[in-house]
Design a protein around this ligand. Structure first.
Ligand SMILES: *Cc1c(COP(=O)(O)O)cnc(C)c1O
Length: 375
């Protein structure tokens, strides 16, 4: 593929975002759901590092029902980009900062009476009701009204004239590791919906399922699901029976190389020594780009189909690879995350080697690395 300098600047390090793969994953998720279940895709944290505007535009073209962001600020970015789909702000906001909820027609998560009353007051002043989803804590311990108080809380908030309770939702802390607890959460949430129903209270949108919920717990789908990770082609754990295509590749090019004799130390701290006369290449990417420094001496890259170990410490803007006798020249493409004809390095692999989760790997690649979209 031809990468134009206009798009990526003069440092050949970039992310390729495969929007065809995104579409494939979206359809895979769709195929797990009954036809009347809606989909909210989480595009918070710059769409898990993939680029919030381009990803959201693509999702809208695919018929996504809702977009999920972490903050009002992320919602504003989408509105300013001309995206008109419903947007749920999953995070909290201070009662003094709610004006944009109205101005940008955002749906706000509410889990305190204080915030609901503030929204109601401003709604009355503007003669515009705030659209909200109430979050219920069934065991995460984070945002959300404790489920023991949820029933009376919902009834209370529904009395406010300028607050429209469009949805209620909850979240799973252990869906990947604890089915018993997760099913217990689903039971509690369903019980709440049922007791509201008995009083003729029908909240239009009820939702609980993150990616793991979508795949592993059909009974958690209710009438809206909230996947993030699987839409980006990443797996929340091993042995999951859904076919996904990774959306993000991270690439760079060899910008420099030289012969170095046997027994020489490389990079800061000389944690690596050449075992023979060899060729060492310099790659223009480092921890300043969000590539984890902990992968020094432990991470691999692909250079012309060969898997090679990063040599010595990763620097802020560069890293070194002792390529031995491999035939490598300046300008050769290097894959840090992605696939070539023969081999693959996944974000999951990087996460495993770092002792973290794939979410942190893809969210961590910084804004210094331009995103190129393939569609
Ligand atoms: C991020 C987020 C999700 C999506 O989780 P994945 O594991 O990426 O599918 C769902 N619900 C809430 C509340 C979230 O914050």
């Amino acid at each position: 593929m031809l990468i134009s300098h206009r798009k990526i600047g003069y440092r050949p390090t970039w992310i390729e975002v495969d929007l065809k793969a995104l579409a494939y994953n979206f359809k895979q998720v769709r195929s797990q759901l009954s036809p009347d279940t809606k989909i909210l895709v989480c595009v918070k944290s710059d769409a898990y590092g993939h680029g919030i505007v381009a990803v959201s535009r693509k999702l809208v073209s695919l018929g996504v029902d809702y977009l999920g962001v972490a903050s009002i600020d992320e919602g504003i970015v989408l509105r300013k980009a001309g995206i008109n789909a419903p947007i749920l702000v999953l995070g909290m906001v201070l009662p003094g900062d709610i004006e944009p909820v109205f101005r940008y027609r955002l749906t706000q998560t509410v889990c305190s009476e204080e915030l609901a009353l503030a929204l109601n007051r401003m709604g009355k002043r503007r003669n515009q009701a705030a659209n909200i989803h109430i979050k219920i804590d069934t065991g995460m311990g984070r945002l959300g009204v404790l489920f023991t108080h949820a029933y009376s809380f919902i009834k209370e908030i529904r009395r406010l004239d300028y607050v429209n309770v469009e949805g209620i939702f909850t979240h799973f802390p252990c869906a990947d590791i604890d089915p018993t607890f997760t099913r217990y959460q689903i039971e509690i949430f369903r019980g709440l919906i049922d007791s509201l129903y008995r009083e003729d209270i029908r909240i239009p949108l009820c939702h609980a399922a993150n990616s793991m919920g979508v795949i592993g717990y059909k009974e958690s789908h209710f009438n809206l699901v909230r996947p993030g990770l699987i839409i980006y082609g990443l797996y929340p754990r091993r042995n999951i029976k859904i076919r996904l295509k990774p959306v993000m590749s991270l690439k760079t090019k060899v910008v420099y190389l030289k012969r170095i004799p046997k027994g020489k130390g490389l990079s800061y701290g000389h944690t690596y020594r050449t075992k023979d006369n060899t060729t060492v290449v310099t790659l223009p990417i480092g921890y300043g780009d969000g590539y984890p420094r902990i992968l020094s001496g432990r991470g691999d890259v692909l250079i012309s189909g060969r898997r090679l170990r990063i040599s010595g410490r990763i620097c802020m803007d560069q890293m070194l690879v002792d390529v031995g006798s491999a035939k490598v020249k300046i300008g050769d493409e290097v894959i840090l995350i992605g696939t070539d004809a023969k081999a693959a390095i996944s974000a999951e692999e990087l996460a495993y080697r770092c002792g973290t989760i794939p979410y942190e790997i893809v969210c961590g690649i910084g804004n210094r690395v331009p995103r190129i979209y393939i569609d």
